[in-house]
Write a protein that binds this ligand. Structure first.
Ligand code: FE
Length: 133
């Protein structure tokens, strides 16, 4: 078992690109419509860019028009942690990788059926493992 949460800033600085470090480890936000997976349509599993934990399936990805990859359901609720984010004058629900603590984005209650949820995720926090044809 690897203790991802024990890995310090130096480890992540070395492992991640500067852009990824800013989003994943400093809770930054990539500019909308700039992420690699915004318009991604390939089938597969989206895993944590930091630790590889399985987070979302392409089957629950949809076009929210927000400019960020959006999903209506987590692959496994146990893989995603939530925290209250009161920054920027609003109260939002931050989502994090439960395994390594990487910042993913936020979840909002304005998603489509069947869940009514919108997991709004930075492309930089994800890596798509495409399904083999
Ligand atoms: Fe992770």
């Amino acid at each position: 078992m690897s203790d991802w949460k024990a890995r310090g800033e130096d480890y992540w600085r070395e492992k991640l690109t500067p852009e990824q470090f800013e989003v994943c480890r400093r809770k930054g936000t990539e500019r909308p419509f700039t992420g690699a997976y915004c318009d991604e349509k390939r089938p597969g599993t989206y895993v944590c860019a930091c630790c590889g934990a399985e987070l979302f399936s392409s089957e629950t990805k949809y076009d929210s028009g927000s400019g960020w990859p959006s999903f209506y359901r987590a692959l496994d609720d146990n893989h995603i942690a939530e925290d209250t984010d009161a920054s920027r004058g609003m109260v939002r629900t931050e989502i994090l990788c439960a395994e390594c603590g990487s910042h993913l984005g936020h979840v909002f209650p304005d998603g489509p059926a069947p869940t009514g949820l919108r997991y709004c995720v930075n492309s930089l926090s994800l890596r798509l493992d495409p399904e083999d044809e």
